[in-house]
Design a protein around this ligand. Structure first.
Ligand code: DCP
Ligand code: MG
Ligand code: MG
Length: 358
């Protein structure tokens, strides 16, 4: 099974304020330059009817929702993470093995639990949905299939509050009519390239000569596209203890705009993060700073380092640079500060799995 929570950040906001439910709700990341600069993180389905979705610039979202009772809120990641953890805990109690892939997504292997029966898996999914709704108050969509690839596409096919079972004998029929961009790793450029070859659907991709695909996209990717289009995927559901990012956040003794005060705090956070980096034996390439302002809005700035590093000094330099710039651009006082690193690589780069490749 693949479980993906519906309109997650916005649903969390509805959970703590049910009065929002019937209104368009937009959760956004405010970049801080002007009141409306920034982008939509997600929106509830009421807002989506007006064409508002993840990634849309906020000023456009405001325009599309003009004249409605739309509510715009800043991202409160920590709150969403708490809710996410509660749900993940409930999900875990039902599985043979479990793999969380993002704040709102997890794969559940229930093969043993249902003795391989797809109908029993559907019943189990309904039970889990009811349990999570009852214990946490959140709804999600679930896809069930013979492997991760099919489960993921199935989950996306009936949002929101969906439950879709695709049995092994139905895989071909289910995948064939879908546009190629529904496959993981087929983005805008690849879609354009495939379309040029006359390949619009997953079915057409499955029928296309595999050797030609390899010539065009390289051996590894070509083979992946061919298999994916046929619904073939053998990746196990397995727990990964590798986070996608490491962050620490902390409240300042008092609100400030003083760089030195900010850096004193971030130095402690950096020390903590660096310990984690050493322990995990990883390098990072991206550094971000987070500032929670006195009006509780959250701002962040990030920077890609020239090369991956595990060095604390490099991290300190980047954080200093980011806060210097940020304080120059913003007028409000800061209440809490955070540091985040991401884009990890293991010391010996291993790329066992294509999903991690994408
Ligand atoms: N998110 C984001 N920016 C994006 C995409 C997503 O900040 N461009 C965040 C907000 C989402 C959360 O990640 O709530 C989960 O992403 P999903 O793609 O699962 O989207 P939603 O859960 O919001 O909606 P859906 O009902 O389509 O799953
Ligand atoms: Mg979701
Ligand atoms: Mg998701």
């Amino acid at each position: 099974m693949l479980v993906d929570f519906d309109y997650f950040f916005a649903q969390c906001e509805e959970l703590r304020n049910p009065a929002l439910k019937d209104k368009p709700v937009v959760v956004g990341v405010y970049s801080g330059r002007t009141e409306d600069s920034g982008a939509v993180s997600t929106a509830n389905y009421v807002a989506r009817k007006f064409g508002v979705k993840s990634g849309l610039p906020l000023y456009l979202a405001k325009k599309r929702l003009k004249g409605t009772e739309a509510v715009f809120l800043p991202v409160d990641y920590e709150f969403y993470e708490q809710i996410s953890e509660k749900i993940m805990q409930v999900l875990r109690s039902y599985v043979d093995s479990f793999e969380q892939t993002s704040i709102d997504e997890a794969y559940l292997d229930v093969t043993q639990k249902v003795r391989g029966g797809f109908e029993a898996a559907g019943d189990l999914a309904q039970k889990i949905k009811n349990d999570v709704k009852c214990q946490v108050g959140i709804v999600f969509s679930v896809g069930i299939g013979p492997n991760k690839l099919v489960a993921k596409i199935a989950a996306d096919s009936q949002k929101p509050n969906g439950l879709k079972v695709v049995k092994p004998e139905e895989v071909q029929h289910f995948l064939s009519p879908l546009p190629v961009n529904r496959l993981l790793g087929v983005g805008r450029k690849t879609t354009a390239k495939l379309n040029e070859l006359g390949i619009e659907t997953v079915g057409a991709l499955a029928r296309y000569d595999v050797q030609k695909l390899k010539d065009i996209f390289g051996k590894k990717l070509g083979a992946y596209f061919h298999n994916a289009a046929k619904g073939v995927d053998n990746q196990p559901v397995e727990e990964t203890d590798e986070p996608v990012s490491i962050s620490r956040i902390s409240t300042l003794k008092e609100n400030t705009r003083d760089l030195m005060v900010v850096l004193k705090k971030t130095d402690q956070l950096i020390e903590d993060i660096h310990e984690d980096v050493v322990q995990r034996n990883i390098t990072f390439k991206q550094v971000a700073v987070i500032a929670i302002m006195t009006d509780l809005s959250i701002r962040s700035r990030s920077k890609m380092l020239e090369s991956a590093t595990s060095d604390a000094e490099g991290l300190r330099r980047a954080v200093r640079e980011l806060f210097e710039k940020f304080l120059g651009e913003s007028k409000l006082e800061i209440r809490r500060v955070g540091v985040k690193i991401s884009h990890f690589a293991k010391e010996e780069v291993e790329q066992k799995r294509l999903t991690s490749f994408f």
